[in-house]
Each structure stands twice: as structure tokens, then as C-alpha cells.
Design a binder for this molecule. Structure first.
Ligand code: SAM
Ligand code: SF4
Length: 339
């Protein structure tokens, strides 16, 4: 049997040295973005040259290799994934890979109005839209751009296109988000959208993050309960899901909390990441990367690429440690990793 025939056989799942099986892949398709959220990207940013970014065929190949090792869920992210030209073609390619059950997208929503229908017909299963405020001025303060109308229109377009499980991700930051919590919850309940609050992580491009800026999930829950009544925990969809979901007694859409800093969920993590320029990362907070692009562009076999991926995952730490005194923050910011 030659190397290529061997690489078509289903192989062992990708397991790290702590026994966690990896089934989920996040692919950053670009580091570029059309806004500048202060918690993610610096205002004056130098993006990667176009030719250093994996093309769709290269991404497709990596997904095929990983799907044969049991990866079944793919999320496309960035930077802003919808600024990548004709992203729906990549969705279609990835969705066609045997073993891939779900293709999802995380987007700021600005370009969704134009693309929602094409994304739906290309087979995209889920959309998460990031939205931290429904107040135009606050939105501008956070994102350094005036684009709230476009995001709201994008969410409408996604609903119209038939996406029925849209989630809204809101990063909450102390000193900024206090005024946004109640309006966001009310709006999400009216729209019947699944809102999730994410704790501010030390991954901002300006490297200005401070522990006291973390608006904790616990604090958010008490603010929401004071206004809307008791939040009852909802059973987890799958063990590795990062959010803990709750429900209000009126039966409206769940409200989730991704308490990455104060209540890390590393024990059940099944995620791996590939950056836009083809580096494997085993964790958002990893300080090490494994280059896949050099292999892909030097005619390496699938088996060699798989071996490097396994090596990277083997090195995954049990916890990210951002809550410990010995934490070393990664050099890359969120937009350079893919959130
Ligand atoms: N541009 C797309 C978007 O905003 O949805 C996809 C990429 S963005 C990096 C992915 C997610 O990371 C977004 O939900 C964003 O709010 C979140 N994010 C970015 N920087 C963060 C930080 N420092 N802490 C917590 N979440 C962050
Ligand atoms: Fe762009 Fe998303 Fe980062 Fe905001 S969070 S700057 S939308 S990549």
C-alpha cells in the first residue's frame, strides 16, 4: 500500500497527552477586518501579505486530513471571515468533506446582508454574530467604526435566509459594558436570539488588558437576575461547549456565559486552531505554534502533515492558566489567532 492509499484510511482520533479527543477545528481565513474592536485589534494594524495566507484548496486539504482523524466540526473565523472573497466557496468545499457534520461561522455581521443567502445555499449550518451593544454611540466607541445599522441588517438577512440558530456574542468589559447588559438582553429576548456574554481575555492587540477589566459572568448573571428574574441552568448541548447556558422563566431564548477567565473550561476542550497563515495552535493562549503551510507548500504527504498536527496537540497544556500568577500572554492578539 502506498502513502496516499494509507492516508485515505480512517485513523486514530487526535488525542492530547491528557486524554482529550479533538473533534473541533477553528480556521482563521484572514487576519483582516472592516472594524477595529479595541479588545481585539489595534487601530493601526499591519495585515499579513495576501500570498502568506492559506488558499481555499490548502484549507480544504487540511480539513480532509483532519476529518479522517475524527474532526467533525469546523468553524470559520478571522479577523473578519466575510472580508475574504467568496467565502461561500470555501464553505461548500469544507461541507463536502466526508465526516464534517457541521460548518459554522463567527462574524461581525457587517457583510451578512450581502452574503447570508449564498452562505445558506453553500451549506453553512450555524452563524454567530458578535455584537457588544445596540447603542450606536457605544458600538462606535467599542469598534472604532460606525456600523451598527449594518450589523443589525445583517442579522435580519441571516434570519430571512433561514438560519434559525443564530447566536449573538457580546464581549463584556468593566467600565464599558455596564450600561449595555440590560438593553442587550431585552433586545435578544425580543428577537428570540441566543445571546452569550464572553469575558474579556488578555488577547487584545494593544496589550492593555488588565484583570480588573474582566466583567465576570457571575456579576453579569446577578445583574440580569435582578432585572429579569431567576436564571435556570440549561443542560449542555455537548460536553465541550464553552458556554454555560441559562433560561429565564418566560421560556425565551437561552442566555449563555463564556467565563473563560474566571471559570476556564479547559478540561473538556476539544478544539484546535489554524491561523490564516497556516500555523496550528492547540489553544488560544498557546505560546507555541506548528507550521503546516511550510509542509503544504513543500509537497509533504498527508501523513507528514498529520504527524505535525498530532505533535502540536500532544503539547497542549491541561489549562490555559490565564487566571494564574505565572501566566505568559501569547504574542498574537485575537484577530491574528481566530477566536
Ligand atoms: N470578526 C469576527 C467576529 O468578531 O465575530 C470573528 C473573529 S473575532 C476575533 C471572534 C470572537 O472573538 C468575537 O466574538 C470577538 O468578540 C471575540 N474576541 C475578540 N477579542 C477578544 C478578547 N480580547 N476577549 C474575549 N473575546 C474576544
Ligand atoms: Fe474584527 Fe472580530 Fe476582532 Fe472585532 S473582534 S476587530 S470584528 S476580528
Amino acid at each position: 500500500m502506498n502513502q496516499d492509499q494509507k492516508s485515505n484510511l480512517p485513523m486514530a482520533p487526535i488525542v492530547d497527552s491528557h486524554g482529550r479527543v479533538h473533534r473541533s477545528l477553528r480556521i482563521s481565513v484572514t487576519d483582516r477586518c472592516n472594524i477595529r474592536c479595541f479588545y481585539c485589534m489595534p487601530e493601526n494594524v499591519k495585515f499579513l501579505p495576501q500570498d502568506s495566507i492559506l488558499n481555499f484548496e490548502e484549507i480544504h486539504r487540511v480539513v480532509q486530513i483532519l476529518a479522517r482523524q475524527g474532526v467533525s466540526r469546523v468553524r470559520l473565523t478571522g479577523g473578519e471571515p466575510l472580508v475574504r472573497s467568496e467565502l461561500w466557496n470555501l464553505v461548500e468545499l469544507v461541507k463536502s468533506v466526508p465526516g464534517i457534520n457541521e460548518v459554522a461561522l463567527t462574524t461581525n455581521g457587517i457583510l451578512l446582508s450581502d452574503q447570508a443567502k449564498k452562505l445558506k445555499s453553500s451549506g453553512l449550518d450555524r452563524i454567530n454574530v458578535s455584537l457588544d451593544s445596540i447603542d450606536p454611540e457605544k458600538f462606535k466607541e467599542i469598534t472604532r467604526r460606525d456600523a451598527l445599522d449594518k450589523v443589525l441588517a445583517g442579522i435580519d438577512a441571516a434570519v430571512q435566509a433561514g438560519f434559525d440558530n443564530i447566536r449573538i456574542n457580546a464581549v463584556s468589559v468593566k467600565g464599558i459594558s455596564e450600561t449595555e447588559v440590560i438593553p442587550l438582553v431585552s433586545w435578544a429576548q425580543q428577537q428570540n436570539l441566543h445571546l452569550r456574554f464572553i469575558e474579556f481575555m488578555p488577547l487584545d492587540g494593544d496589550q492593555a488588558w488588565q484583570n480588573q477589566q474582566v466583567f465576570t459572568g457571575a456579576r453579569l448573571r446577578s445583574i440580569i437576575e435582578a432585572k429579569f428574574g431567576t436564571l435556570t441552568p440549561v443542560r449542555r448541548g455537548h460536553a465541550s461547549q464553552p458556554a454555560t447556558d441559562f433560561q429565564l422563566s418566560d421560556g425565551s431564548a437561552p442566555i449563555g456565559f463564556i467565563d473563560s477567565v474566571t471559570e476556564p473550561f479547559c478540561q473538556t476542550c476539544d478544539r484546535m486552531r489554524i491561523t490564516a497563515e497556516g500555523k496550528l495552535r492547540n489553544c488560544l493562549f498557546s505560546t507555541q505554534e506548528w507550521d503546516l503551510k511550510d509542509l503544504i507548500r513543500s509537497n509533504a504527504s498527508d501523513a507528514q502533515i498529520e504527524e505535525r498536527i498530532r505533535l502540536g496537540i500532544q503539547h497542549k497544556k491541561l489549562g490555559h492558566g490565564s487566571d494564574s500568577g505565572r501566566f505568559v500572554r501569547p504574542e498574537r492578539a485575537m484577530y491574528q489567532i481566530g477566536g
